[in-house]
Ligand binder design. Structure first.
Ligand code: BGC
Length: 235
């Protein structure tokens, strides 16, 4: 058996409002194969989402454990909110259900938390926001996660939340130019609120960013949402 055969493989899963993505990572967190994706089923209830993950997994190679980024609050594998999926997720034991289904240990965290774990430096105050169907957020202090930050549903401006102003529906409704102006304002209010050393912006809609970003703001590739999956097992 070669060293490579012995390495622990992690299946990273990112559940989004529009797509579900999977990728197998080696022990160092390097992708072993191409990322695979399917559309998020509609309605995005637990059973069809589990079935979609199982069908993606069937086309993947061997793996030993599973990390999942979920678009809502997650506590000990239980999904507590899922604004952009379906109310049936509230109180669902996702971690154990998926583990039974795949026959492997599973860890589930919030998608922005997982994205952040793949992006941060581990020094100082680091804020992560994700721009996709929803507006995700994660805060780290010297690499330690401050749990359950849900900035997306916090009031931002004009009686609307960050997610209402900057989520995918808003981008579609107001167009790229106005959305960029809003993003500029959001970056300024978040800087004033958190006084972060660095802000990382991830998610599929980062490709719509045309504004010039301040020096302490970095766009991170979407794949970090999956790469963060390796960090979940470092304890
Ligand atoms: C959810 C967050 C999630 C974000 C991005 C929001 O609507 O409340 O938990 O991180 O969408 O998916």
């Amino acid at each position: 058996m070669t060293t490579q055969d012995k390495s622990v493989r992690t299946l990273a899963v990112d559940i989004g409002g529009s797509g579900i993505k999977v990728m197998i990572l080696d022990e160092e967190g390097q992708p072993i194969a191409e990322r695979a994706r399917v559309e998020t089923p509609e309605p995005a209830k637990p059973e069809p989402v589990l079935a979609a993950i199982a069908s993606l997994v069937a086309q993947q190679g061997e793996f030993d454990r599973v990390s999942v980024g979920f678009p809502g609050v997650v506590s000990n594998g239980i999904t507590k909110t899922a604004v952009n999926l379906d109310p049936d997720w509230v109180g669902f034991d996702f971690g154990n259900t998926l583990s039974d289904r795949l026959g492997k240990p599973v860890r589930v965290v919030n998608d922005a938390d997982m994205q952040g774990m793949g992006a941060i430096s581990g020094h100082g105050v680091e804020l992560v926001i994700t721009l996709g169907t929803g507006f995700g957020s994660a805060l780290f202090v010297d690499g330690k996660l401050v749990p359950n930050l849900e900035a997306g549903h916090h009031p931002f401006r004009k009686g609307e939340t960050y997610e209402q102003q900057l989520g995918r529906a808003a981008l579609d409704a107001v167009g790229q130019k106005r959305w960029n102006r809003r993003l500029e304002k959001a970056i300024a209010t978040l800087q004033n609120l958190f006084n972060y050393d660095c802000l990382y912006i991830g998610g599929g809609n980062t490709k719509k960013i045309t504004m010039e970003l301040p020096p302490n703001v970095k766009v991170v590739p979407n794949v970090n949402g999956l790469l963060g999956g390796i960090v979940l097992w470092k304890d």
